[in-house]
Write a protein that binds this ligand. Structure first.
Ligand code: ZN
Length: 210
């Protein structure tokens, strides 16, 4: 056994271990290579010739304020047990989804291909254009409006946005609260837009050589 290698591997940061290091990419059918696929029936076709111009960031936790269970996965795949929690009985009949979920540990799940319309934004409008589901990709972060989101979630979100922008003209990134004001509050004041902006800013390089 190479002891130098052993030392190196034992130093690898545990917190990041679950986030794959290879490049995140969206294929031509709209699937992310690094996402665990969990297909949701809650989707349909986008309108003919519709551009994918917008990314909508959400926050979700089920039950509200609790993390780590499979309840979000169950909600998006119509398998939530209404008897398992009083809150679940209220939402069991919802037919909703998002394209992606980034869990607290940075794990990326995909429920709907980006080429399809996921049902995440509801009644919504952006710059006077109604029905954001038609032309957006919905990304859920596991979290609440008031608890800090995890650093690993910001990093995965930024990687995902970069990958989406390489595939689609999805320039703008907004919160659910921006496209459904008065009706929705997520991702909430806990979400640090400046932090996301820093992660998405072009990397500074050394002095130009010519
Ligand atoms: Zn939302």
């Amino acid at each position: 056994m190479d002891t130098a290698r052993l030392r190196r591997s034992s130093r690898s940061p545990r917190a990041r271990a679950r986030v794959p290091r290879c490049r995140l990419a969206i294929d031509a059918r709209g699937f992310a290579n690094l996402a665990t696929q969990l297909p949701s029936p809650n989707c349909d076709d986008r309108p003919e010739g519709c551009d994918i111009a917008l990314i909508v960031v959400h926050g979700i936790s089920l039950p509200p304020g609790e993390f780590g269970s499979d309840a979000i996965l169950r909600l998006f795949t119509n398998r939530i047990d209404p008897a398992a929690h009083p809150y679940f009985a209220m939402i069991a009949d919802l037919r909703v989804s998002a394209h992606f979920l980034v869990r607290r540990d940075g794990t990326l799940l995909q429920f709907v291909a980006c080429s399809k319309r996921a049902w995440h934004a509801g009644r919504s409008s952006w710059r006077g254009r109604e029905g954001c589901n038609d032309y957006s990709v919905g990304i859920e972060l596991e979290g609440t409006d008031t608890l800090p989101y995890a650093g690993v979630q910001y990093r995965m979100l930024a990687r995902l946005i970069r990958a989406l922008r390489r595939r689609y003209p999805a320039g703008a990134v907004v919160g659910h609260s921006d496209v459904a004001p008065g009706r929705k509050t997520d991702p909430g004041p806990a979400f640090e837009w400046e932090r996301l902006g820093r992660l998405l800013a072009p990397k500074r390089r050394g002095p130009r050589s010519g």
